[in-house]
Design a protein around this ligand. Sequence first.
Ligand code: PGA
Length: 258
Amino acid sequence: MEFFVVPDAASTGAIAAGILAAVIRSKPEAVLGLATGGSPLPVYAALAAHRLDMSGIRGFALDEYVGLPAGHPQSYAEVIRREVTERLHLDPARVSVPAGAAVDPERAAAAYDAAIAQAGGIDVQILGIGHNGHVAFNEPGSALDSRTRVEALTERTRQANARYFSSPDDVPGRCITQGLGTILEARQLLLVVSGADKADILHTALSGPVTTDCPASILQLHPHVTVVADETAAARLGSASASAETTPVTVRTGAVGV
Ligand code: PGA
């Protein structure tokens, strides 16, 4: 596991964007796994500044709410359009988001999983981590080999996402999410995490047992994981955080100590 500790959220974006830019330069037709939420926003902003030719890039979002009408500003299709496709000048026809407004979302989920495979799989999957250890919308209890499917959101996740809606009641109760098994098939996982409120769960995910209680613990099963964390999120990760106080960027390889 490759590990970067940086001073702040903006720096997580710079480091992660540098990693993505290197992949894109070496593989102009790379398939990127796109995450929504707050954590990846600095990544997209920093990647845009690289001004790369993105015309060959393909993108797949991690998840989408079920039940929001097409064009709803908080649907992930719209978030991806605003924050990723337009910002990075991606071809919208090459960027896919699960069809949360489909008449048959289960079928749409299965088709989405198949589309990722047909595209040759994901080269780099950008990930955030939820306070309860979810990755994408794989809430605790999700099977480690789960595929893209319809899931219910936990109350905690609905509350966390209520900040984007005018009322907490407006947050949908269901979603389509890439499964943990689907995510594990990506060739590289790039976890971006910032904020003191993520310190405990990051420590649990990387240093605790691999368990369905903490879906993000699947990171320990993948051969190519890069974690980019700010100092506050990394505060419980052993010596990494201590050295980050004096060194702007700490790079560690190998297992994270408990
Ligand atoms: P956040 O969400 O980046 O907005 O904290 C992460 C997640 O819920 O996966």
